[in-house]
Design a protein around this ligand. Sequence first.
Ligand code: FES
Length: 106
Amino acid sequence: MNEEIDPILVGETDDIEIGSVESFEHEDITYAVYHLEPGYFCTQGICNCEDRAPLSESEIEGEELECVGCGNTYSIVSGDCISDPELDALKIYEISEEDGNLYLNI
Ligand code: FES
């Protein structure tokens, strides 16, 4: 049986400027929350490869991020690695908006 988990309050929609990313922690797990033109997105907070760079320090270009660690580029929407499709995709989490607040659904 699936356990229902209540959405987790991340913050207010105004907290993240369009074209930027913020780090968010919940129960010792780091997430990266992005505000892009089409809306809000969330990925795992730490990059997959051995440099383990914080993705909240990435450069954002449209719907892609460039990791500050090794410089690989990923789709923020799908999580796929664009610069090296052999690399594992980033985990994607659902973000929802309600009454000016952002919620993480894990
Ligand atoms: S730390 Fe290597 S691509 Fe992000």
